[in-house]
Design a protein around this ligand. Structure first.
Ligand code: NAD
Ligand code: DAU
Length: 342
């Protein structure tokens, strides 16, 4: 099985590449990643020379490059993680979100239509469903799409393109919509790694609004296992929600991190709320449990402890990210191959 994994140098993608190489001995992986600020080859140093793995630096929105890769490798499956993924950045500037999350997906779909694949997995998000009230039932795969941030709108647009390419052109697209992931190698702009690393540096922990927004936390390895199962067993044309049912208020998460690190609550600073801030996400995951046989294996308490331990043990990794020094991996790569990607 030859897989094109896009965005494999990011948080979930790098965990997926590692998981897939370890658990699927018949999978060969080409990782296409642009190495934006969120892509870091230090996330993959342990597998960089693996015989069933190759890295290509490039943009999923680059039609010629994508067509060339499809022709050269004759992929059996595509797993598209590549995206601009941070809501706050999409509020400041939505343009790169449209370029990668919408146009990039269309370019991948077009290549899959022209050259054919057996499975095309689009990694989407629960944010496409919008926000829930405190007593609303969790979102099912049938819930309407009501995105509230430019990020969520760009992911919803991609989901609709995927649906259309399946219905019109028969591209075997499967969409996964997962809740908030956390775990090793997450870029410290997202809630959990930002709070862990700020606390370790005795810096303020900025909590938006009243801190009572609710997210449903999923350990990244459980998501990777779910996506790998969807590659193997998912039905084209279907959507699968992936979540652990571990709903927590942000303030609870932040306090739990401080307790694990033995740091004081006085580091918490309430700051201005995110515009359009979704109040609550929760997912009904009966479908993937019933049809694919997946269920989460790591509780939030266990996953958070593992994550805190990882950031404690990998201080050079996040210090390089926070200082910007990690960009040298992308610069070195550029220098070596002279690829036309900025
Ligand atoms: P991330 O920001 O950590 O990584 C994104 C990766 O994509 C980076 O390596 C980046 O270099 C690469 N990339 C960006 N633009 C590209 C382009 N044009 N061409 C090629 N590569 C490009 O993101 P993540 O948190 O790992 O999320 C991965 C996917 O999962 C995204 O599609 C996101 O929408 C989705 N998702 C994330 C979460 C979460 O909690 N992190 C939850 C649900 C869904
Ligand atoms: O739900 C899935 C989504 O989860 C993914 O699709 C996105 O790619 C991913 O970024 C994530 O989006 P969120 O907006 O939920 O994640 P973030 O870590 O940015 O924020 C989580 C919650 O914490 C949210 O309610 C905002 C709040 N927050 C976040 C940051 C960065 C703070 O209170 N302070 C902060 O500094």
């Amino acid at each position: 099985m030859r897989l094109l994994v896009t965005g494999g140098a990011g948080f979930i993608g790098s965990n997926f590449v590692r998981f897939a190489l370890a658990n699927h001995p018949d999978w060969e992986i080409v990782n296409l990643d642009k190495l934006t600020y969120a892509g870091n080859l230090a996330n993959l140093t342990d597998v960089a020379h693996h015989p069933r793995y190759a890295f290509v630096r490039g943009d999923i929105a680059d039609r010629d490059l994508v067509a060339r890769l499809f022709q050269e490798h004759r992929f059996d499956a595509v797993v598209n993680f590549a995206a601009e993924s941070h809501v706050d950045r999409s509020i400041l500037d939505a343009a790169p979100f449209i370029e990668t999350n919408v146009k990039g997906v269309q370019v991948l779909l077009e290549a899959a239509r022209e050259l054919g694949v057996r499975k095309f997995v689009q990694v989407s998000t629960d944010e496409v469903y919008g926000s829930l009230g405190p007593d609303d039932p969790p979102f099912t795969e049938e819930s309407p799409l009501r995105p509230n941030s430019p990020y969520a709108a760009s992911k919803a647009a991609a989901d609709l393109l995927c649906r259309a390419y399946h219905r019109t052109h028969g591209v075997p697209v499967i969409i996964t919509r997962s809740s908030n992931n956390y775990g090793p190698y997450q870029f410290p702009e997202k809630l959990i790694p930002l709070m862990i690393t700020n606390a370790l540096e005795d810096k303020p922990l900025p909590v938006y609004g009243d801190g009572r927004n609710v997210r449903d936390w999923l350990y990244v390895e459980d998501n990777c296992r779910a996506i790998a199962l969807v590659v193997a067993k998912g039905t084209p044309g279907e959507v699968y929600n992936i979540g652990a049912g571990e709903e927590r208020e942000n303030i609870e998460v932040v306090r739990a991190i401080l307790r694990l690190l033995g740091k004081p609550d006085s580091l918490i600073t309430f700051v201005q709320d995110r515009p359009g801030h979704d109040r609550r996400y929760a997912l009904d995951t009966a479908k993937i449990r019933r049809e694919i046989g997946w269920e989460p294996s790591v509780s939030f308490a266990e996953g958070l402890e593992r994550t805190v331990r990882w950031y404690l043990a990998n201080r050079p990794w996040w210090e390089e990210v926070k200082s910007g020094a990690y960009r040298r991996y992308a610069d070195e790569w550029y220098g070596r191959l002279g690829l036309p990607v900025g």
